[in-house]
Design a protein around this ligand. Structure first.
Ligand code: MIG
Length: 786
């Protein structure tokens, strides 16, 4: 391949001299006020400006035809009625809502968006919106020296994407995941800008291949698409959490996951037989290592035909699922989109008879080579097909299965382009579009089909779905894992900013293959990776065929002990995690956060890629290098308590901390609360007990919302939940704890144990205004039962 030689940088290479001549969308000819904004006629088309709320405004422009307000399936709302005033002053047009101001320069048309105080969000300068005859569209915006950029879904590299150029094109990338690896499995054409401590968001809802360029020019960034309309939203912030709330108002939030899905998951490509799966489960039980899920990768199927089991390897899947379930372990099978071309296979037959597969405009079915060999691909852009595919999952739910793993749904195909022919014409519910346009939503639509189907089959129980591919909105259906990483320390390091940016992209339920997928893992790496995994929202150990096994005991007792300790720690923290998942469900705020989300004015956090927060009061600073027992940790303002030693660290500076292989550095902010449960072997074991840890610190305060519900049904949508809010206020010699309750769920735990850390003598504890306890002895710990 010529690209792999020096020919790639030959001076005559055309590629290097890409045509950058965009046509500007021209001058404003006329402005007409509309319900939620304005319709602006320009020399080359019509621009719609539509407010979705006070704090969200959309810009749509079609340079090649009628502008339409149609949205991609990422959107779950048409917005709400918003007061917008339109006026004209000194030749400039101004649209205002309570939280945003949009200025239009008329010739040429240039847009500026500010907050009500005139603080700049986005501004067009020398260049604005444009297009090329090739049907490309582009938007330039001014870039300021203070700008930092986050989000963009699943990208390699560091947290802050300033200086990067990124392409969105769902791609199956086996193994590399290098800093320069660009398109991965997810396309989330959205980002958040942080400028001088204020955040705002931009979402380019365009399903074509899109590019976000923060590299090519010093004073501008751009976002562009290979086709379609200019169609983007500006979200006002001003905090990163506000931006997430605004973005997920548009694209939806995660359902509360079933409790079992936030436990520990064990996977391998593949556990190949029923026997092997049973032995695996027994091993966990004998060793007392907690486990909630075992995955079945592609070997469970009959010749890789989805919705089948191989009769020899898995003679009695129903019994297997039932027996494991009795042990508190669930089975999650893989389901790929490719359907084997086999006239004697029922799914293929139904797909052909129902006309459910992707086709060319000429009518012939598109076939691609994947695991089962030549295969057809359901056209998930068609709601009939989604319904059919969803109903097919009865095959799994009848066996007692409640979780599905969608892989290869970019879709990945074994060919030169690695995917489906872009000329394939999707049905798109009667509005046919090419694969070039809809490629990036194939995985999202498969997710919708699978999630909705499973939800129906499970009759009231929550399904769990894991997906590799997605587009904005994928969080409504699935958790996301970051695909085929490798057992390298560098990949452990990279997983942290990647998962944080997924969280900043509306996808809070995310994680990487713990231990690394390809390549041989080792004890030290697995131990350190498990420490991290225990605090990432999605926690699964997975590894590939042909490489070292990496179950917790694979590298000897020394490592097994440490790995077990951290899986147990995850179970201890489950009530805390569950509360954070509920927060994500209600607000869009991610479970795992960059420090910048809580400390947006603190520059030290802006590109901090090797530490993260769990909720708003815990900092995890893992060791991610071999043979290293020390690291620098940045702690923002406030006092921080070492979770293990209770040593107090002053914030606003860096510290050198020591952490032997047994230790994951965890810091808890003074004044805050952690919720712990008992260590259990599985979330199915019902020995509920709740312990709250309150970290005393003079003149500190916090608010913690403990969330609980039955963990398995959708009753929480009808008030079947409990939110207990704990407002903490610590003063010189006193702690006031105010507790309020919401919801009607009666939790399994009957009382809460409260452990106060760091309280010195004579501290009075007030609960809802009543003095409950006076600390007498100097043992620095209070124990009361609430
Ligand atoms: O390598 O199904 O990312 O997790 O084990 C191609 C086999 C197919 C890719 C997934 C990986 C999974 C594997 N799959």
């Amino acid at each position: 391949m010529l690209e792999d030689t020096s020919f790639a940088i030959h001076p005559g290479q055309k590629k290097q001299m890409k045509d950058t001549n965009y046509k500007d969308i021209g001058n404003v000819l006329e402005v007409v006020k509309t319900d939620n904004g304005a319709s602006v006629k320009t020399e080359s088309g019509t621009l719609f400006i539509k407010f979705y709320r006070d704090d969200i405004v959309r810009f749509v422009f079609n340079p090649f035809g009628e502008t339409t307000l149609k949205s991609s399936p990422a959107l779950i709302t048409d917005g709400e009625k918003t007061e917008v005033s339109v006026s004209e002053k000194n030749g400039e047009i101004l649209l205002t809502s309570a939280k945003l101001q949009v200025y239009l320069d008329k010739s040429p048309l240039r847009i500026t968006v500010t907050d009500p105080d005139g603080r700049l969000l986005v501004k067009e300068g020398a260049k604005g919106m444009g297009y090329k005859e090739s049907k490309e569209i582009i938007c330039f915006k001014e870039m300021h020296p203070e700008d930092h950029f986050y989000g963009f879904g699943e990208k390699t590299g560091f947290l802050d994407k300033r200086g990067e150029k990124m392409t969105m094109w769902n791609s199956d990338v086996y193994a590399p995941h290098n800093p320069e690896t660009d398109s991965l499995y997810q396309s989330i054409p959205y980002f958040m800008t942080l400028r001088n401590g204020f955040a705002h968001g931009v979402f380019l809802d365009n399903t074509f291949k899109t590019t976000f360029d923060f590299r090519s020019e010093e004073a501008n960034y751009s976002f562009s698409a290979e086709g379609g309309q200019i169609n983007y939203y500006v979200m006002a912030g001003p905090t990163p959490k506000d931006v997430l709330e605004q973005y997920t108002y548009l694209t939806g939030r995660i359902p509360i996951p079933p409790k079992w899905a936030i436990g520990y998951h064990q996977s391998r490509y593949s556990y190949e037989t029923e026997q092997e799966v049973r032995e695996l489960a027994n091993n966990f039980i004998e060793k007392g290592i907690p486990l909630d899920v075992i995955y079945l990768d592609i070997h469970y199927m009959d010749g890789y035909r989805v919705f089948t089991f191989d009769k020899e390897r898995f003679p009695n899947p129903k019994q297997l699922v039932e027996d494991l379930r009795a042990q508190g372990i669930r089975i999650v099978p893989i389901v790929d989109p490719g359907v084997k071309e086999d006239p004697e296979y029922y799914i293929y037959q139904e797909g052909i008879r129902g006309d459910f597969f992707c086709k060319y405009i000429e009518g012939n079915i598109y076939f691609g080579d994947v695991w089962p060999g030549n295969s057809a691909f359901p056209d998930f852009t068609n709601s009939k097909v989604r319904r059919w595919w969803g109903e097919k999952h009865k095959f799994y739910s009848d066996l007692g299965i409640e979780g599905i793993w969608n892989d290869m749904n970019e879709p990945a195909v074994f060919n030169e382009t690695k995917s489906m022919d872009v000329k394939v014409m999707h049905d798109n519910d009667g509005d046919p579009r090419t694969h070039r346009e809809l490629h990036n939503i194939y995985g999202l639509m498969m997710g919708e089909a699978t999630y909705s189907g499973m939800k129906k089959q499970l009759r009231g129980n929550r399904p769990f779905l894991l997906t590799r591919a997605g587009y904005s909105g994928v969080q409504r259906y699935a958790a996301v894992w970051t695909g085929d990483n490798r057992s390298f320390w560098e990949h452990l390091q990279m997983s942290i900013p990647m998962i944080m940016n997924l969280g900043l992209s509306g996808i809070p339920f995310a994680g990487a293959d713990v231990g690394g997928f390809a390549h041989d893992s080792n004890g030290e790496l697995l131990a350190r990776w498990t420490q991290v995994g225990a605090f990432t929202p999605y926690f699964r150990n997975h590894s590939a065929l042909g490489f070292a096994r990496q179950e917790p005991w694979s590298f000897g007792e020394k490592y097994e002990k440490i790995i077990k300790r951290y899986i147990e720690l995850r179970y201890k923290w489950l009530p805390h995690f569950y509360s954070l998942f509920a927060e994500a469900h209600y607000t869009g705020t991610p479970v795992m956060r960059p420090l910048m989300m809580e400390y947006q004015k603190d520059e030290n956090t802006y590109n901090l890629s090797d530490q993260f927060m769990v909720g708003d009061n815990v900092i995890i600073a893992p060791i991610m290098q071999p043979a290293v027992q020390h690291r620098a940790v940045y702690l923002p303002e406030g006092n921080w308590v070492d979770y293990w030693t209770e040593e107090v660290y002053k914030g606003g500076k860096h510290h050198l901390v020591r952490a032997d292989l047994n230790t994951l550095p965890i810091f808890v902010k003074q004044g805050s609360i952690l919720a712990h449960g008992p260590v259990k072997r599985s979330t199915e074991i019902k020995n509920e007990k709740l312990t709250l840890h309150l970290y005393y610190g003079e003149y500190t305060s916090s608010s913690f919302k403990l969330y609980d519900d039955d963990g398995s049904t959708f009753e929480y949508e009808q008030g079947g939940y409990l939110i207990k809010t704990f407002d903490v206020k610590c003063e010189k010699d006193q702690i006031s704890l105010t507790i309020s309750n919401e919801g009607r769920y009666k939790p399994a735990w009957k009382e809460i144990e409260l452990v106060v850390h760091g309280a010195h003598e004579n501290i009075a504890l007030f609960i809802n205004g009543e003095e409950k306890y006076l600390q007498k002895k100097g043992d620095y710990t209070l124990k009361v039962t609430l």
